[in-house]
Design a protein around this ligand. Structure first.
Ligand SMILES: *Cc1c(COP(=O)(O)O)cnc(C)c1O
Length: 443
């Protein structure tokens, strides 16, 4: 007699609908779906507040939240270990007023002091358990203009069987960012490309299409569209909204500094699962593609413009496809979230005001969220419990922040440890031949 499995495998589908559905690990290993789409869940398990244990640590919240999504997956038995290893730093909710009508969710206590540590570390912990049996080394390529490269490098540094190459545009990242990208050794190499961020992305894409390179190296990517980075990010929205719910019996509304929309999607997914989340407001910098779309209904992607909140300089957000998959009708989308655009001048003013009024030191991205809150009507502020999502520690942007507040930004111990490491990097031309020579060890 054959036995039916206890549960069906949970499947993810491509946002373009032309690729076979697959499980979590398969989606994670593929990154992009074969039809060029992004993986999204095929259904939404119900996970209301009652599904979670009261005041559990973040790793336990993540395990509860992700368990249904890993049903019958290769990694399902290891989920508690993966979550425990990857999400081993806090994401505190800090109230800014006596009644906690306004709070900050600090996502910058990981090894590289930005929220990308959550997704990158989760992905690395999964990769470590999915290594192919043939003993070949996997080479992970990342193009970065900011926080992604550092978070991925830190998450994979020292892991056996994996090599990482981080490509960044030489001279076009801030001195502080450059230090985080070049402080690695061993299995992580930093490549300063003589070109722009777009050149770096083009080189990574070209490497994946290079038959000889792919025959000699097993290439993979850890880029932000990977499901293995996005889905675990829903955990901190779950944990924060549950904390507000248990204290006040009200949902939490989040204001999220947004670029590629990964962090925003993680919040919208958490709300769809049944977590007590109210409004979701996206704070963009001068890259206005999303706010204009919501206002006018026309999707007009464009090249990005450089702003002080550089990690959100995105003119063609890749996760828009996931957002459309979640809310196919424009009217639904407009009802589900709102978006605004903040100028560099307003970012500067908000950093000054945050220090003056709350004694808070905000990175430029967090300041866009604070500005978005400031613009809400007094009635709307009172109706909700608002949470500003703080995506990076201000010390990562001290060149911008220190002159505005007139003092030094204290360095968190995590960053101080990184900054104490010796710097090394290889400079290459923006050509596939140059990248290939480095990856094949022929430079
Ligand atoms: C990447 C990043 C963002 C934008 O997140 P998305 O998921 O791309 O919208 C915001 N702030 C900081 C500090 C970042 O590094």
């Amino acid at each position: 007699m054959s036995q039916l499995p206890m549960t069906e495998p949970f499947l993810f589908r491509s946002s373009r609908g032309q690729a076979p559905p697959c499980t979590f690990s398969e989606a994670l290993l593929q990154g992009l779906a074969p039809d060029g789409g992004l993986y999204v869940p095929t259904r939404w398990p119900r996970l209301g507040p009652a599904a979670f244990t009261s005041s559990a640590p973040l790793a336990d919240v993540a395990t509860t939240l992700l368990t249904p999504f890993l049903a019958q997956d290769r990694l399902s038995g290891e989920l508690p270990a993966i979550a425990g290893e990857a999400l081993d730093f806090p994401a505190p909710l800090v109230a800014l007023d006596g009644e906690a009508r306004l709070a900050v969710l600090e996502l910058f206590h990981g090894p590289t002091a930005a929220f990308k540590d959550f997704g990158a570390r989760f992905l690395a912990a999964c990769f470590a358990r999915l290594r192919p049996g043939d003993g070949r080394t996997v080479t992970i390529l990342v193009a970065t203009s900011g926080d992604t490269g550092g978070a991925v490098a830190a998450a994979f540094h020292g892991r056996p069987g994996v090599e990482v190459a981080v490509l960044f545009p030489r001279g076009l990242v801030s001195p502080t960012q450059e230090r985080q990208l070049t402080c690695w050794d061993g299995n992580v190499r930093s490549l300063a490309v003589r070109g722009t961020f777009d050149d770096c992305q083009r080189l990574v894409k070209a490497a994946f299409l290079d038959a000889e390179l792919c025959a000699r190296r097993r290439l993979s990517s850890a880029n932000s569209i990977n499901l293995g980075r996005l889905l675990p990010q829903s955990s901190y929205y779950a944990a924060a909204s549950l904390e507000v719910w248990r204290h006040y019996g009200e949902p939490a509304s989040f204001i999220i500094p947004s670029g590629n929309l990964g962090n925003a999607l993680a919040c919208l997914w958490a709300r769809r699962l049944g977590l007590p989340i109210g409004e979701v407001l996206l704070a963009h910098n001068a890259n206005r593609t999303v706010p204009e779309f919501l206002a006018g209904g026309e999707w007009r992607p464009r090249p990005s413009v450089a702003t002080l909140a550089s990690a959100t300089d995105v003119g063609d957000p890749s996760n828009m496809e996931r957002l459309r998959a979640l809310y196919p009708q424009l009217e639904e989308l407009r009802a589900a979230l709102s978006a605004c655009s903040v100028s560099d001048e307003e970012i500067r003013d908000r950093i000054r005001a945050g220090y003056r009024e709350y004694g808070q030191i905000w990175c430029p991205h967090t300041a866009t969220a604070a500005e978005a809150w400031e613009r809400l009507s007094p009635a709307r502020r009172r109706e909700r419990r608002w949470v500003l999502v703080s995506t990076a520690h201000p010390a990562k942007f001290r060149e911008i922040v220190e002159p505005l507040i007139g003092r030094e930004v204290p360095m968190p111990p995590t960053l101080a440890r990184l900054f104490a490491r010796p710097l090394q990097c290889v400079e290459i031309d923006a050509t596939l031949a140059a990248l290939r020579a480095v990856l094949l060890g022929e430079e």
